[in-house]
Ligand binder design. Structure first.
Ligand SMILES: C[S@@+](CC[C@H](N)C(=O)[O-])C[C@H]1O[C@@H](n2cnc3c(N)ncnc32)[C@H](O)[C@@H]1O
Length: 195
């Protein structure tokens, strides 16, 4: 029995691969340090706009050097924080994972990488999309937007897994807590549907 909630990221991704793309992940255009691939085979195509290793090619996930309708399965893990003010950078190690100045900037990037994924995936191809809701001084349910934007572009949300990692949460202990601390992230399984 494969559950919908996981406490281990490797287990989560391995289970999604087993169910939705048994041949594995072919492309990761937001590779960062490759933390997804501790137990999982590294994809044959890896890129990042700011590569951390010399074996990672520099490319924009919104404009990839990949042919139309040529990929069976890919994964996206974009930055999820926004509102670059005060000491946000300092508190949230934002320089390593990236942070958007505004939600509009997040929306622009997310829509553009979804459109690009739609272009390069084969019909019925699978996109694993990791995202997280975000509370700064207000709550944004980012995963709801991802569902809406992906659906508008032509994806079907075939599945959704939740990763619960309470110990990993980064937060500013100097601030009074006013919202629940977001200790979970989402892995959408988006299937490209022919329009
Ligand atoms: C959250 S990290 C990915 C972490 C990665 N999954 C891991 O586990 O190691 C987001 C990555 O996306 C990259 N990135 C941000 N915007 C990008 C873009 N337009 N194209 C490609 N990569 C981008 C950042 O440089 C960063 O390395």
């Amino acid at each position: 029995m494969i559950p919908s909630v996981f406490i281990d990221e490797q287990e989560c991704i391995m289970s999604l691969i087993a169910m939705h793309s048994p041949n594995g992940i072919e492309l990761d255009p937001m590779f960062y340090k490759g933390n997804f691939y501790k137990k999982i085979d590294r994809p044959r195509l890896i890129f990042d706009i700011n590569p951390q290793h010399d074996y990672v090619e520099k490319a924009d996930a919104a404009n990839l050097p990949i042919d139309n309708n040529s990929i069976d399965c890919m994964i996206l893990d974009p930055p999820f924080m926004f509102g670059n003010h005060g000491k946000t950078k300092e508190y949230y190690s934002s320089k390593t994972h990236g942070i958007f100045d505004t939600f509009d900037d997040l929306e622009k990037l997310y829509k553009s990488i979804l459109v690009e994924s739609y272009r390069i995936l084969k019909d019925n191809g699978i996109l694993f999309f990791k995202c997280q809701d975000y509370t700064d001084n207000k709550t944004t349910l980012t995963h709801c937007f991802v569902w809406e934007w992906s659906r508008d572009i032509g994806f079907y949300a075939k599945d959704l897994a939740i990763l619960h990692l309470p110990k990993n949460k980064i937060y500013n202990s100097g601030l009074q807590q006013r919202h629940t601390r977001k200790v979970h992230s989402y892995f959408f399984v988006l299937q490209r549907r022919r329009k």
